[in-house]
Design a protein. Structure first.
Length: 307
């Protein structure tokens, strides 16, 4: 179909009511107890999917799931602990249509995961890297990883020390973790294609969505700035979840990246968007994959050697 003013207008109106019927399908949403993860889980369940709330706190996850109309269950998953990731994956024994790598931490004071990795890189990237590879033999449709336009602030992955020892700043670490999300998606799709798999890897970012992530920034000035942005610039978490839902349910090419189409990518209707040159570098994506296998001990699971 030609990209006319009429068709652009139709795309601009895309919202959760246009999600297709998902009856009989299963989705895992990490971090589904709040924010855009909860909004995405609620919309998927409303469309008929069975949604698994993969959350660190079972009580909070259960309270969130109780607010959703539809089929849900709650399972414990702490992405900052690779033992928890392995336990979650080991307990999975059925087909999984949608894996939505949504959970994340943002601009924290310097701290470490259970295995000693910098918390933002360890949670946002390594936890989801391990989870995806461990669950991939069960995945039937696609993997959606939630990135951020902040990936553009990262420059490049600090391969010499991804833990940023002596060079840590909350913003630098967050940007690196979100750049890693996009490079992971790029290399995952390359590997899926090479293996002859029909599964697709795609990414999305919510723009500026008002969630509780911003309240945890390590820098007090950053907290003030982001709280003001939440009030005057941000869209709510329901709108912020739309790019994730679009990426999860629409017919998109592998490695596609979805985000809001208006106001400098901070808000608007979901659409295909661009990414930085650093996030499009296949050599960096392969190098990151190799490093991530070494750090997590989790390997490519589909049995096909990928070069």
């Amino acid at each position: 179909m030609a990209d006319t003013t009429e068709t652009r207008g139709k795309r601009a109106k895309w919202n959760a009511t246009r999600i297709p019927d998902l009856t009989g399908r299963t989705a895992v949403v990490t971090g589904a107890n709040s924010g855009i993860g909860f909004a995405a889980a609620r919309a998927l369940a409303g469309a008929g999917a069975h949604v698994v709330f993969a959350v660190r706190d079972l009580a909070r996850g259960g309270a969130a799931a109780a607010r959703v109309n539809g089929s849900t269950e709650v399972r414990r998953l702490d992405l900052a602990d690779l033992d928890s990731v392995r336990e979650f994956a080991a307990g999975w024994d059925r087909p999984l249509d949608l894996l939505i790598n949504n959970a994340g931490v943002m601009m924290l004071p310097e701290q470490r995961t259970r295995q000693g990795f910098e918390m933002q890189f360890g949670t946002n990237h390594l936890g989801h890297f391990a989870l995806t590879n461990l669950l991939l033999p069960h995945v039937t449709d696609r993997v959606v990883t939630v990135a951020s336009s902040a990936h553009r602030m990262g420059g490049a992955i600090h391969f010499e020390d991804v833990n940023l020892r002596g060079k840590y700043s909350p913003a630098r670490a967050y940007a690196q973790s979100k750049l890693a999300n996009l490079l992971f998606t790029l290399e995952l799709q390359r590997r899926l294609t090479a293996a002859g798999s029909a599964v697709r890897a795609v990414a999305a970012h919510p723009g500026w969505a008002a969630t509780n992530l911003q309240s945890r920034a390590g820098n007090p000035l950053a907290r003030v700035f982001m709280q003001a942005g939440n009030k005057f610039l941000a869209q709510d978490d329901t709108a912020g979840a739309l790019p994730t839902l679009f990426a999860a349910t629409q017919d998109l090419p592998g490695a596609a990246y979805v985000g809001p189409d208006g106001l400098a990518g901070m808000r608007g209707a979901p659409a295909l968007v661009g990414r930085s040159a650093a996030a499009s570098d296949p050599a960096a994506a392969r190098r990151l994959w190799t490093l991530s296998e070494e750090l997590t001990g989790v390997r490519w699971p589909l049995g096909t050697t990928v070069r």
